[in-house]
Design a binder for this molecule. Structure first.
Ligand code: SF4
Ligand code: SF4
Ligand code: SF4
Length: 266
């Protein structure tokens, strides 16, 4: 299909990663209208249709999870139960109505409050760029069962957190390096390693956009109930400080993150 120069110039202003999609959408809508040539007006019509549709699809929040529950062998924590509880909190927060009162003009997906859960530290669901990221965690510890110096734990630990003596026996786990992935516990043949505590790591303040930032971790491993309370707390902060639809991540200063760290430390 032919494009006028003006139409070409307009579509070139669309970000490159969605340009192809927008282009084919413009052509599809124009073809449905019986046109064989794309004008600037066709581009504008498609843009307006897209924004209207987006506005009607915005629900005020997004909660997603990795594919751990489909049988991923790396899974540390099952997250279906937590996912449902978080959905409930988000529904009860009536974020769509809240955003409609705060945002001047159409609501867009980037206004939504985003939460993501990953069932292990591989973080396939990109928790680091969400307002709230949650990662399944299993803290390893030592038992009285004798270590046979097999070295398997050292081999499987990608973080070099396992410390062995000269004779190859485990002496300690470096907590400052450990990501609580459970690999060492799962592979230890003697039961010398065990899981001491299971739960979730919580990160806040991640975002992409013009000023991207990775989410920062609040200290500790938290149980399901605490994570739900933390999210309610974050939502209360978000609603108090939000004046015109800013993302939670944008509202958070380093001092706010430190304050949340102190409040929820365990
Ligand atoms: S985050 Fe971990 S558990 Fe979830 S899909 Fe990725 S590797 Fe599997
Ligand atoms: S839990 Fe994972 S990161 Fe931590 S010591 Fe074991 S293998 Fe290493
Ligand atoms: S895997 Fe278990 S038995 Fe083998 S070195 Fe590590 S702690 Fe010891």
């Amino acid at each position: 299909m032919q494009w006028t120069e003006e139409a070409e110039a307009a579509v070139k202003k669309v970000p490159f990663f969605v340009r192809k999609k927008v282009r084919s959408r413009v052509e599809k809508e124009a073809a449905e209208g019986g046109k064989t040539r794309i004008t600037l007006s066709d581009v504008k019509t498609t843009q307006a249709n897209y924004l209207r549709k987006m506005s009607s699809e915005v629900k005020g929040y997004q909660v997603d999870a990795c594919f751990g529950q489909s049988g991923c062998p790396h899974r540390v924590m099952p997250s279906q139960g937590l996912l449902k509880k978080i959905e409930r909190v988000m529904i009860d927060a009536h974020l769509l109505e809240f955003l409609k009162q705060r945002v001047p003009g159409d609501l867009k997906f980037h206004h939504e409050f985003r939460i993501s859960i990953a069932d292990c530290p591989n973080a396939c669901s990109q928790v680091q760029i969400k307002d709230v990221g949650i990662i399944g965690a299993a803290l390893p510890g030592l038992t009285e069962s004798p270590c046979t110096s097999c070295g398997i734990c050292k081999e499987v630990c990608k973080e070099d957190a396992i410390q062995l003596s000269e004779t190859g026996k485990i002496t300690a786990i470096d907590r400052s390096r450990c990501l609580y992935c459970r690999s060492c516990v799962a592979e230890c043949p003697t039961g010398t390693l065990k899981t001491e505590k299971k739960g979730y790591r919580v990160l806040i303040g991640g975002k992409l956009g013009r000023h991207p930032r990775l989410a920062q971790e609040l200290p500790g491993i938290h149980n399901e109930e605490t994570v739900v309370h933390m999210i309610s707390d974050f939502l209360a902060f978000y609603k108090t400080h939000n004046t015109h639809g800013q993302r939670f991540s944008k509202l958070l200063t380093d001092q706010d993150i430190s304050a949340f760290s102190r409040k929820w430390r365990n």
